[in-house]
Each structure stands twice: as C-alpha cells, then as structure tokens.
Design a protein. Sequence first.
Length: 609
Amino acid sequence: MAKSQDTTQTVLEQTAPRLDVDDPEEQVDPITQRVISGSLINICDEMGHKLTRMSYSSIIRESEDFGCALLDEQGRQLCETDSTPLQMGPIPAYVEGVIELFEERDQSFEPGDVVLHNDPYYGASHAPDFAIVVPVFRDGELTAFSVTTAHHLDVGSDKPGTCIIDTIDAYSESIRLDALKIIEGGERNDTAWQLIADNIRVPDMVMGDIEAQISAARVGADRLDELFDEYGHDTVKIAGQAMMNYSEHRLRTEIEALPDGTYSAEGYIDGFLDSPDPDEKDIFLAVDLEIDGSDINVDLTRCDDQVDNRPINMPFKGTVIPAVLLVVRSTLLDTEEHEVVPQNNGITRPVHVHAPKGTIANPRFPAPTIARFCPGNRIADLTLKALAEVVPEQTCAGIGNLKVGTYSGVTEDDEYWVYMDISSGSYGGRPTKDGMDAVDTLYANTRNNPIEDIESHYPLRVARYELRENAEGAGENRGGIGPIRELEFASPGRVSIEGDGNKYPPWGFDGGEDGTPGQIVLDPNTEGEQHLSSKLENQSMDAEQRLRLVGPCGGGWGDPLDRTPEKVRTDVLDDFVTVERARETYGVALTDDLEVDEEATEELRSERR
C-alpha cells in the first residue's frame, strides 16, 4: 500500500492545458464568475435530486446520506450539493485515491469510463460509502470529474449490514473495490458487476443504488458539457479557479481577524466499554488548534494509538480532515453572518491537519475503519470546543453523538432484508438560543427516516419515539434534548449498533451543566431488561423483542440560574422538565396552575447565588 511522492503525473498528462486565473488575459468579469458559480452549484443540486429520486434504499432516498460534486482535472473541487458533509467532504480524496491507484497500475481515464471506489486508505470515508467517478472530456482531453458518493446498506462484510463493530482488518469489513472500472470506454464490465452482486446480501438494493449513482454522475457530466458550450470551456474553467480563490480569501480574512495562539480541547470516547482490554475503551482524543496569521493548523498528535482489530479507527483523508474542515468553515463563515461562500477547494487551503501515522486519527493499513463515524464526530466536537476559546459567540456547547443501527433478517423465501436506522443526537446550547433537539449532528446532517417508510418496507415496528425528560444540559440556554427511539421486531432477526456517548456526557460551557449520556436498553420494561454499552454486535432478536436507543442530550450554555423563568415554564409545559427540576436546577418556582411565582423565584435564585 506504499504510495509514491509524485503519483499524479502520468494520469494528469491526459488533461487539458492548465489556465492561470491570475493572468490578465485569462480573467472573467465578476458577474460572469458568479453566474457560472451558481450554474455549477445548480448542476450539483440536480445531481442530488436525481440520486434521491432514483435510489432504492431509504438511507439515500429518505436520509439523504450521499454527496455530489464537480471537480477539475486536478481533482480540485468546484462545487457540491447540499446534503451530508461526511459524504461531500471526502470527494476530492476519493478522486486523488483513484488517480494514485491508476498511476500505480499504469492505467488512464478514457471517455465513457465509470469508476467505482471505496478504499479508506485511498481517500474513501469508509468502505460502505461508494464513490462513482465519471471523467469528463473536452476535445479528447480530460478536463473534469463528476462524482457521487453514497452509503450502501450491505458491503459484503462477515456480518449483515454496515454497523460492524467486531472485525479484525480492512479485508474482513467489506468487499474492497479499488478504483474499479465497472464501465470501461462505454462498455459495461459484466464480470465486475456480477462479482459485486454475488458478494452482497441485498444485491437488488445495492446494485440499484449504484446504478442511481452512475445516472446522477452522468447528469453532472452532461450538464457541465452544456455549460462549456454556453460560456466556453476556458471561461468556465477560469471562473471556477476564481471562485476557489474567492472562497479561500473569505476564509483567510476571518482567520486573520482572530488572535494568534494555540487553543486546545480534549476528551474521551467510550470505545468498547465491555472489553477486558483497557486499550479498547476510554479512548483519549485531543485537538490542538493553532491560529497563525491566516492559517489554522490542527494537530492531533496527542490522540491515542490506533485500536488494532477494532473498526473505530478513522481514515485520515476520508474522515478526519472533513470533520475538522466542516467545523472551521461553518463556524467562521456562518451564513447568518456572511453571504453564501461557495464550498470548494479554496476552503481547504488555509486549514492544515496533522495526525501521526499509527494513531486512531491516522491508522496504518490494514487496521479496520468501518465504524469510524462516532470517533470522527467527536473530533469535530473537540474542534468546536477549541474554537469556543477564541470565538465563543459563534459556537455551541458539547453535542450528543448519534447511534447507527443495522437491522436484518432472512425472509421465508430465504432472502435477506437489511435496514439501517440513524438515531439522532442533539446540539449543545448556544450563546443566544437553546440547542437543537433530536437532530443529526455536525458532519452527519442526515435526515430522519419516517416511521411510515420503515414499517411499510421492513418487519419492524417503531414502538416509541419521543424526546427525553429531565435530561437536558441545564444552562441559560439549555442543551438540545436527545430522542428515545424504540424498535420492535415483527419477525426474528438481528441488530448491530454503532454508537458512542453512553459514558461521557456532552460538555457544558460558560457555567452551563454537562449534558446527559445516552443508553441502549434491550427488552425494556421486562424482567429481562438489560442496559448495554454504546455498541452492540449482531444481537439475535426474537419476534416482539424490543431495543430502545436513547440519545445523549447536549451541554448547557451559561448559568442555569440566568435562564428566563418563562423559558423554564415553557419547558415544563412541554414535558421536557418537571416542576421539581425547574425548582432545583433553575431556581424557578411555579404555582399549581403552572404560572411563574415571581416572588418565590427571586428568593430561590437569590439563595442559590
């Protein structure tokens, strides 16, 4: 798996001559730049709509766990759609990985090619996220790439689905598809298609989703070609470079306004709390974020070593870098304060991430990585905490991590069914608002899968779905409230859960209290009720058995005694907080008809202060 230092030369010899945006003879007026930039974004949005409409699985169709982007011939991102950051952020790394692999094999791109790629050690986010890469040619020369990524519900692991928490290496967690031309020069590689389908438990669904990705990527290539016809190839390419420079300038301007220095945050993830091996649980993560002029350097050297034989290691390019970039970009270029700044290669230039080889944030091949989601989201959370030291007014308190479950079984016709369910987390309290309740956090941003969709497609019943009570991180602005989601099996099956945050609560900020950890409960409200750790491996389930997933609640922001009594009263009316908690935690006294007793409240708060 060794990589050469100069891996792109031969492949990039295919490309069109490079244009220099700084050359006065090769410039485009600002209005045309913006029009072309908007057109590029519209192309990506159309790709995303096509993909959701054509996909077979609910994880793409309903949850929108996918990404679409256009890149230039050097693999620099021009634009992306509005979906899941963890799908879009790694797309340049996917293309870089494909180019590297082609270089190693002395392969080249040809018109009509479609490349499938999922190797986490060559840019992929993790193995279930397949990229479809379609090269775009103009006058016989490679000039761009149209790319889609999406999460697939089964990838040929030794266990059903993609929430795999017990696997020993990269070979055991999925079928490995390294820059595979599934369509070559316009001709379908039937052998490759058959090989993939034969190793997937739900081939109709997965192969259908791959077809949907190909169609969406081809739409992007066709629309880009039309844009070249409308404005001219060179004009579009120069405008794309100019917008990269614009985005870079906007981010650098915000960074430069911050005080230089190093800001740090550290914490733990659960890991495998049931493991007898101390190296597999209570895993330490640390972010040291240095602001140096208009650059940000993020050092992850202090993170624990990689976990051998456990798949919670994080691909560096495909997971860690996108996690950090998401937080920096969304914090410093918040669209409530700034006009929309295009998300492209320019955003990546001021931010530099370092993690030594062999750490959990940059593992050595073939360490498994399929369950990298929760650790990566914790890296994003700690990046946010580090930034809170320097721009507290633009951040929030600690977030509640997600739980992802794979539910599976075999029908009476000996056919597998596989379903993936995302149980939401919550955001921490903010300087001027409460945290958001029951949402996917940070780089996830996937959507809630409707109960009707689940129950109409799978032998599952959603027996309970509600917000928690008396668990919010108390604060002047309280933390978001995590959900309770309870699923019942209508027929025998299995379930695996990939989660975190059952031991370590989300952090409070500026006097706010920490949030509340999550839970996994097997057979709730029965004599056999069991409280489990944050991960569950391929648990067999009988018909009518239930599993309850409880999401963490975000940390609070500011002193709970500064929360307005009326907001506390509203939380009581909404059954988020009991009358007793309102009194004990917030110092708010309510009358029997649930009105604020102002005199008693003032007295309570005076005593507490």
